[in-house]
Design a protein around this ligand. Structure first.
Ligand code: 2YP
Length: 261
C-alpha cells in the first residue's frame, strides 16, 4: 500500500478497470487498499488522543474512514493536500470534528453515523428505503472496559462512555434484516455505499463495516477482513456472509452525500 504521502501526492492511480467503470469515488479509493494488512487497535498507540493516519494497517472502521476522508477531501491538480485530508478525517472520526480526549472519538457506529448526517456528509439510505427498525441499547464498551486500553485505565472515561451510551440508547435506526437481503442486493444499494453489519451481541449496534461492491450483478463486500487479515472483496455474496454468522442480524446502508464528492 502506498504510503500516505504517496497516495496524497499522486492521486492519479492505476485502478482496476471496474472501478473506473463504476465511477464511484468511494470505490475508486477503496479498491486501492486491496491486500492492505488488517491490524486491530491502530488508533490506540498514543496516551493522549490525537489524529492517527495509518494507510498501511487498517481494521474495518479505519479502512472505511480513510476511504471516506479521501473521497471528501478537495482535489487540486490531481492531488489532495495533507492538511485538507487531516481535516476531513478528523470530521469523520471525532464528534463535531473536535479532538477532546478518548471519548470524543466516535466509538459506536450509531454515533459515527449521527455525526456524519448532522454535518451533512452522510445520508442514511436504509432509513429512506427500509421500513424495518432496530432500537439501540448500547453498553458494550462500559461493560467490557478491559477490552479498551483507554477505558481499563480510566474510570472517568468509563463514566463518559456510559453517558454516551445512555444518550444513544432508545434511538430507532432503520436496517435491512438479513433474511430480506437478496444476493443481487437492491437497486437502491449502490456501488460505494457504506455497509454497517448490525448484530445481536448485547449492548452493541454494529459489529463490522465495509463498502458495497457489485460484481456481475451480485452484491459483495469490500472490507478489511479480520479472518483473512487484509482488505478483500468477499468471494460470496454479502447476503451469504450475513447468513453464515449467527451474530449478524442485517445491514445499515449509508452513503457519502453526492454534493460532497
Ligand atoms: C471500533 O470497533 C471501536 C472504536 O473504539 C475504534 O468497539 C467499538 C464499539 N468501537 O476506534 C474503532 C477503530 O479501531 O473500532 C469497530 C469493531 O469492528 C472491528 C474494528 C472490525 O470488525 O474490524 C466498530 O464497532 C465497527 O464494528 C464494531 C466492532 N467492535 C466490536 O465488535 C466490539
Amino acid at each position: 500500500m502506498k504510503t500516505l504521502l504517496g497516495m496524497l501526492c499522486t492521486l492519479v492511480i492505476a485502478l482496476p478497470v471496474s472501478a473506473q467503470e463504476t465511477g464511484n469515488v468511494i470505490l475508486k479509493y477503496g479498491l486501492n487498499f486491496l491486500k492492505t494488512p488488517y491490524v486491530a487497535h491502530t488508533l490506540e498507540v498514543n496516551d493522549e488522543e490525537k489524529l492517527v493516519v495509518n494507510f498501511d494497517e487498517v481494521d474495518c472502521t479505519t479502512f472505511v474512514e480513510y476511504v471516506l476522508a479521501l473521497a471528501l477531501s478537495p482535489v487540486k491538480n490531481e492531488t489532495i493536500d495533507k492538511a485538507d485530508y487531516a481535516r476531513s478525517l478528523q470530521n469523520i472520526r471525532y464528534r463535531n470534528g473536535k479532538i477532546d480526549g478518548y471519548t470524543s472519538r466516535l466509538h459506536y457506529i450509531a454515533d459515527w453515523v449521527n455525526n456524519g448526517v448532522r454535518h451533512g456528509f452522510i445520508d442514511d439510505v436504509a432509513a429512506a428505503n427500509s421500513p424495518d427498525t432496530l432500537k439501540l441499547s448500547l453498553n458494550f464498551m462500559s461493560t467490557h472496559p478491559k477490552a479498551y486500553k483507554h477505558l481499563e485505565a480510566s474510570p472517568e472515561n468509563i463514566s463518559k462512555i456510559e453517558n454516551i451510551e445512555k444518550a444513544l440508547s432508545g434511538q430507532v435506526t432503520h436496517y435491512i434484516p438479513k433474511n430480506k437481503l437478496p444476493d443481487n442486493g437492491f437497486s437502491w444499494i449502490k456501488n460505494g455505499d457504506i455497509i454497517a453489519i448490525t448484530t445481536n451481541i448485547p449492548g452493541l449496534d454494529v459489529v463490522h463495516l465495509g463498502i458495497a461492491y457489485y460484481e456481475k450483478g451480485i452484491l459483495k463486500l469490500l472490507h478489511a477482513s479480520s479472518t483473512q487479515k487484509m482488505v478483500v472483496i468477499t468471494q460470496r455474496p454479502l447476503a451469504q456472509m450475513l447468513k453464515n454468522n449467527k451474530r449478524f442480524t442485517g445491514i445499515r446502508v449509508l452513503r457519502m452525500k453526492e454534493d460532497k464528492q
